[in-house]
Design a protein around this ligand. Structure first.
Ligand SMILES: *Cc1c(COP(=O)(O)O)cnc(C)c1O
Length: 376
């Protein structure tokens, strides 16, 4: 937690649950990413957190943006981003969204199949397009399954088709899965992109760009490799697989830029042994799966939890949210412990919750208000 956030929480005592994001920390993270990958252009993945103060700061810093819908494109534009700095990075786009983005001046679009390519040729004629490869998400704590991306063989055919359709075949992208702990995942994907670009060059088509996607991890409960390590592995892999004539490099970090800049402040609603001698105490917080902590699904993302009683004796707990849904459990298997004196009314802070929390919040399930947000 940054000093600014702890000062805000102690002085303002905002009602819970709420998310507090330190915008200066976002800037530090952006600059750390730039330093680790100086050759890459940063397209912030808006879906991680689309709050206006955050977009304003990123526009000020010269960031580009990866948008997944017309609504996200529009948010970036209204924050002052120029259309040429926006990539429409969702492989699944409504025709109305393609049209609206094109009319607003966006000229960079992703696709992963011929049907979407034909939509782009018709409704975004002449645009730069890049094809998304399906790559292994092994090592990612929040993988993207097989929903997106295509094979290198099909990408090769599709890029040649893009040229026939009057589009500008620009590059290749991939996403190695979110909260990716292994830099090797990038290396393997870069190797695939390298041989695909070489094959296409042999076909007489020279692509100019490789988009490495997002996935860069942040520290939750367990340690992760630092961004400098990812920078080194990626830079080396790019040199090995592309030689001296490097293509333009794009990255689309979301979690890395904003995750560790946010803290959720929550209140303990109930602590109970539930009549059992054995087993953990159950600790119910005023935020759960439906209040924004959706990435606790399968206990995939294990947040760090702070209380005012840290340092006292602890015992094991199960953690759950406040709703009447049986799925609203945060952690039962991940061996969480909390102070034995913890009681209803205590405040508890959930760290590194700046990404993929505010937008995952449900709308008034059980009547609970949406997560309040403070950008400081
Ligand atoms: C979600 C997403 C990102 C951001 O991923 P992070 O793991 O948050 O860095 C980047 N690119 C695309 C296409 C995405 O869908």
């Amino acid at each position: 937690m940054t000093p600014k956030i702890s000062q805000f929480l102690s002085q303002k005592n905002p009602s819970t649950p709420c998310l507090v994001v330190d915008i200066d920390e976002v800037e530090l993270r952006y600059r750390a990413m730039q330093a680790a990958l100086p050759a890459a252009r940063i397209y912030y993945a808006v879906k991680a957190n689309p709050a206006r103060p955050l977009l304003d700061r990123l526009v000020f810093l010269g960031s580009c943006f990866d948008a997944a819908s017309w609504e996200e494109v529009d948010l970036c534009l209204s924050a002052g981003a120029r259309p040429e700095n926006i990539s429409f990075g969702n492989t699944v786009k409504k025709v109305s969204a393609i049209k609206a983005a094109y009319d607003a001046g966006v000229r960079l679009f992703v696709f992963d199949c011929v049907e979407e390519l034909e939509k782009l040729a018709r409704f975004a004629p002449g645009s730069r397009v890049y094809c998304r490869l399906l790559v292994n998400n092994h090592g990612a704590e929040w993988p993207l399954s097989r929903k997106f991306g295509t094979t290198p063989e099909s990408a090769r055919t599709l890029m040649l088709r893009a040229r026939e359709l009057g589009l500008d075949p620009y590059g290749i992208s991939f996403h190695v899965g979110s909260q990716q702990l292994s830099a090797d995942a990038y290396e393997v994907a870069i190797a695939q992109a390298g041989s695909l670009l070489a094959d296409l060059a042999a076909d007489g088509l020279r692509l100019r760009m490789v988009n490495l996607g997002g996935g860069f991890p942040i520290q939750y409960r367990d340690d992760v490799p630092g961004i400098a390590h990812f920078g080194q592995v990626i830079s080396r892999a790019m040199k090995i697989h592309f030689g001296e004539t490097l293509p333009e490099i794009l990255v689309e970090p979301g979690r890395f830029i904003v995750g560790s800049a946010g803290v959720v402040s929550t209140e303990v609603v109930l602590v109970s042994q539930r009549g059992r001698d054995e087993g953990p105490r159950w600790v119910y917080l005023d935020i759960g799966r439906f209040g924004g902590l959706a990435e606790t699904e399968g206990e995939a993302i294990r947040y760090m939890i702070r209380t005012a009683r840290d340092g006292e004796e602890v015992s094991s707990v199960a953690l759950a949210g406040p709703t009447c849904d049986g799925a609203d459990i945060l952690y039962e298997k991940s061996c969480y412990t909390l102070p034995v004196t913890l009681e209803a009314g205590d405040r508890v802070e959930i760290l590194a919750t700046g990404a993929y929390v505010s937008t995952y919040c449900s709308t008034r399930f059980n009547g609970f208000a949406p997560l309040a947000e403070h950008y400081i």
